[in-house]
Design a protein around this ligand. Structure first.
Ligand code: F6R
Length: 602
């Protein structure tokens, strides 16, 4: 996830762009850059760091021209440094562009372009687009046609801002699965990833849809279909948000916005790992023992992986909290072991210490990380990224479901290499994984019902979350979300454990959230729910079976899906329930008391 802002008009472009970039920093902040055009020449300044630092250091505000594009980066391919910062250019330096999204097939395109003599300067997926357009330009036709031909060869998600020195009065903006909106002014036009970037200049906006591109000049704007080149009629909308609301895209909190971003985030996680996960699986397939280390929500993702790996690869990883592992189990590691570390921030002290210990003992270390270039990626031998984009809310939401997505992809690839699961079944699971974002959209439709549910549960101080099998970690995660943002005591446990002790705590009206998709243990789950009901528990059932509806006080109907994918989708209603309870109790869900986003001390 990155931020894009483009401007053409009579103002000094760099000033408008720097102000816009500041407003987009919540979308990415590891590097930034600007290209402006003046008298048929392009001027570029870019570097690693935050917009304020770079404004002084690089002299952003000294750039000439009344047309230009800016970018604030959240790295997805290539560490955050000066060369990987956007804009990127072709070999001639006459095409410059910025990108938000992920190009799935960039490595094969890059190889193809290198064979044709193109020289690459960065490690990004973005740079291939500039060279691809340059290559297409050689075959003749207008810049617009060359651009279209090039873009049709890309797979993945992209929002692009493009400037070409040969057409110094215009900007191109393209959207496919990453947001872009035009700001329509008088004698000036804007384009951005999000409305706040231009809201101080105009409230008139045109939202681009997937597969559309826009051409902006000072006095005109036009939108066309990327596939056919035909003009698309678009409606100008009047924006009513104030600036603060706009930064959160109209959501009241970042946490809610990030919960809603999950369909997009999971799509990006799939695109971003499509090629690389196979290579990583090949490198780790030979290891017999797998240890998974992580903390908090990332640890819960590790627990889900235990079930995934067991079912698909017939290997049962040992999953440990990194803080325990490093003092206890790390001692038994050797060079034939694989340690898989899961960490959103890549900076968690205990997880880093466990990784370092693993390296000292000669084990291979694979990290699943959200923040590109973070310490974990430097310690690990291999890294897979979750591609969730920056998570501003302290509670992990989209980074959890993208961790699960990557772990599912890894388990599928490993199973394929090891031959432990039928190929047809793996293909089906892969296809079903691609459909998860749509299922998530459906589940987000329960938001209103979950808010009502939260209102009804407002006075309650103890919650229980129960599940079986692969959703036991979902129960733990649901309880953790509630504890951390609502400050309500909650316990997550396997339903089978209920009558071994916790049942003693159940009495009239105590909420029991039962995570009960259909599957191999559904009948057992029904029996456990009945036990809770018999003690007066208020049962909130999440599932798809009519039988569950009959035995629940409140039923949240979930779509049917492959059992192995349920942890990804079932996380959403639990996040929403915790969010609404937090807000109703007067808390700030974005900044829960006593907690920090990165826990860099032990
Ligand atoms: C909970 C949460 C924390 C983190 C934990 C590990 O919502 O965010 O429990 O999951 O602190 O952090 P990372 O994944 O950055 O290592």
């Amino acid at each position: 996830m990155c931020g894009i802002i483009g401007y053409v008009g009579d103002r000094k472009a760099c000033e408008v762009i720097v102000r816009g970039l500041k407003r987009l920093e919540y979308r990415g902040y590891d590097s930034a850059g600007i290209v402006t055009g003046d008298n048929g020449r392009l001027y570029i300044k870019k570097g690693a760091g935050r917009v304020d630092e770079l404004r002084e250091k690089l002299g952003f505000l000294q750039m000439p021209g009344k047309i230009g594009i800016g970018h604030t980066r959240w790295a997805t391919h290539g560490v955050p440094d000066d060369t990987n910062a956007h804009p990127h250019t072709d070999c001639t330096g006459r095409i410059a562009l910025v990108h938000n999204g992920i190009i799935e097939n960039f490595s094969s395109l890059r190889e193809w372009l290198v064979e044709r003599g193109h020289t690459f300067r960065s490690n990004t997926d973005t740079e291939v687009i500039a060279h691809l357009i340059e290559e297409e330009l050689k075959s003749g036709g207008s810049f617009e046609e060359a651009m279209r031909r090039a873009l049709l060869r890309l797979r993945g998600s992209f929002a692009l801002g493009i400037i070409y020195a040969g057409e110094p009065d215009r900007l191109y903006f393209v959207r496919n699965e990453s947001p872009l909106v035009l700001g329509i002014g008088r004698g000036e036009n804007f384009a951005a990833s999000d409305v706040p970037a231009f809201l101080e200049y105009t409230k008139r906006a045109v939202f681009l849809d997937d597969g559309e591109y826009a051409i902006l000049t000072k006095d005109s704007w036009i939108v066309k279909n990327l596939y056919t080149g035909e003009v698309v009629e678009k409606e100008v909308q009047e924006i009513e948000w104030d600036l603060e609301m706009a930064e959160k895209s109209g959501y009241e909190h970042f946490t809610l916005k990030e919960i809603y971003e999950q369909p997009r985030a999971v799509r990006d996680a799939i695109h971003g790992n499509a090629e690389v996960v196979r290579k990583v699986a090949e490198e780790i397939a030979g290891y017999d023992r797998i240890f998974i280390v992580a903390m908090g929500t990332s640890y819960h993702a590790g627990l889900v992986a235990k079930y995934l790996f067991q079912r698909l690869t017939r290997r049962v990883p040992i999953v440990e909290e990194a803080s325990e592992f490093r003092y206890e189990f790390g001692e038994i590691l050797n060079e034939r072991d694989l340690v898989l570390a899961i960490t959103q921030s890549g900076e968690t002290a205990d997880t880093l210490a466990a990784m370092r210990l693993a390296k000292e003992r000669g084990a291979k270390v694979l990290a699943i990380v959200n923040v590109v270039g973070s310490m974990a990626t430097r310690v690990a031998d291999l890294t897979l990224y979750t591609h969730a984009g920056p998570e501003i809310g302290v509670a992990a939401t989209k980074t959890y479901t993208t961790q699960l997505t990557v772990l599912t992809m890894l388990a599928i690839e490993l199973a394929r290499i090891l031959g432990t699961t039928d190929g047809e079944e793996l293909r089906r699971l892969e296809e079903n994984l691609k459909a998860v974002p749509e299922l998530m959209e459906k589940v987000l439709g329960h938001d209103g019902a979950l808010r009502e549910l939260a209102e009804g549960l407002l006075g309650r101080e103890d919650f229980f979350y129960i599940a079986r099998g692969i959703n036991v970690p979902t129960a733990l995660e649901g309880a953790l979300k509630l504890k951390e943002i609502s400050y309500v005591h909650a316990e997550g446990l396997s339903a089978g454990e209920l009558k071994h002790g916790p049942l003693a705590l159940l009495e009239n009206g105590v909420p029991v959230v039962a995570i009960a998709p259909g599957g191999r243990t559904f009948d057992k789950m029904v029996a456990n729910i009945e036990e809770a009901r018999a003690r007066g528990a208020h049962v909130i059932g999440l599932g798809e079976e009519p039988e569950l509806r009959d035995i629940s006080d409140v039923f949240i109907e979930m779509p049917g899906m492959d059992e192995l994918l349920t942890p990804i989708v079932y996380a959403l209603p639990l996040q929403l329930l915790a969010y609404h309870l937090s807000v109703l109790r007067g808390n700030d869900p974005d900044r829960p008391r006593n907690l920090a986003k990165s826990v860099t001390v032990e």
